[in-house]
Design a protein around this ligand. Structure first.
Ligand code: FMN
Length: 203
């Protein structure tokens, strides 16, 4: 892009807001232990925060029914839904476990966690079993920082070479209030600096 072209890209300045996109749209399962019945909450403010130990975060408003459950039990599972599950994902994000048994109503299957007492969602290809390590009271959302103590992956998505092929089922992304399925794969990590086989190398 030329210097002249760069000067033509005009910007407007907005007040600070949560415009980061795309973000995931996941089904967080909680409860299923002690006095708490199992529940599902849709969460878009979820992220990876550390590789070693493997840690993630979810930001939850204290008024959510799930908030009290996660605070009391210190455990939750993050379940990655497929694009086909979009309606269910939305529904779990607009009704409360105070009024609905979301597992029963959606027909999703709670499966036992391997390291946590909270269930995972059988229909989701990938489930992260999480144990809360810290809660940060940021503002209207409180951030649960959690260690991923185990991951459960659907076996039918693992090919003969052991590769886990999530693309088969198609994941879901959330962009400024709208759901999207993922498009074509454009490359892999580091492909920008790797040579194509047979490419002519100019020195
Ligand atoms: C796509 C989507 C993303 C959402 N992300 C969040 C989020 O990150 N944090 C949050 O507190 N609520 C979020 N919500 C709202 C909750 O999912 C919603 O209030 C839900 O009904 C709470 O369920 P519960 O009362 O059973 O816990 C989201 C809703 C939708 C539809």
């Amino acid at each position: 892009m030329s210097e002249t072209e760069k000067n033509v890209i005009k910007k407007v300045v907005w007040p600070g807001s949560t415009q980061l996109a795309p973000v995931p749209s996941v089904l967080v399962a909680c409860g299923g232990t002690g006095e708490w019945k199992p529940n599902l909450i849709t969460i878009a403010w979820a992220g990876v925060v550390c590789s070693k130990p493997p840690m993630v975060s979810i930001a939850v408003r204290p008024e959510r029914y799930s908030y009290a459950i996660i605070k009391a039990t210190g455990e939750f599972s993050i379940n990655l839904p497929t694009a086909k599950m979009v309606k269910t994902v939305d529904w779990c994000g607009v009704v409360s476990g105070r009024d609905h048994d979301k597992f029963a109503a959606t027909g999703l299957t709670p499966m036992p966690g391997s390291k946590i007492s909270v269930p995972i969602v059988a229909e989701c290809p990938l489930a992260l079993e999480c144990r809360v390590t810290r809660v940060l009271e940021l503002g209207v959302h409180h951030l649960f920082l959690a260690e991923v103590v185990a991951v459960q992956a659907s076996e039918h998505l693992i090919d003969a070479s052991g590769r886990f092929d999530l693309e088969q089922d198609g994941l879901l992304a959330f962009v400024h209030g709208h759901y999207y399925s993922l498009g074509e794969c454009l490359g892999h990590f580091g492909f920008s600096i790797r040579r194509k086989p047979g490419a002519i190398v100019r020195k």
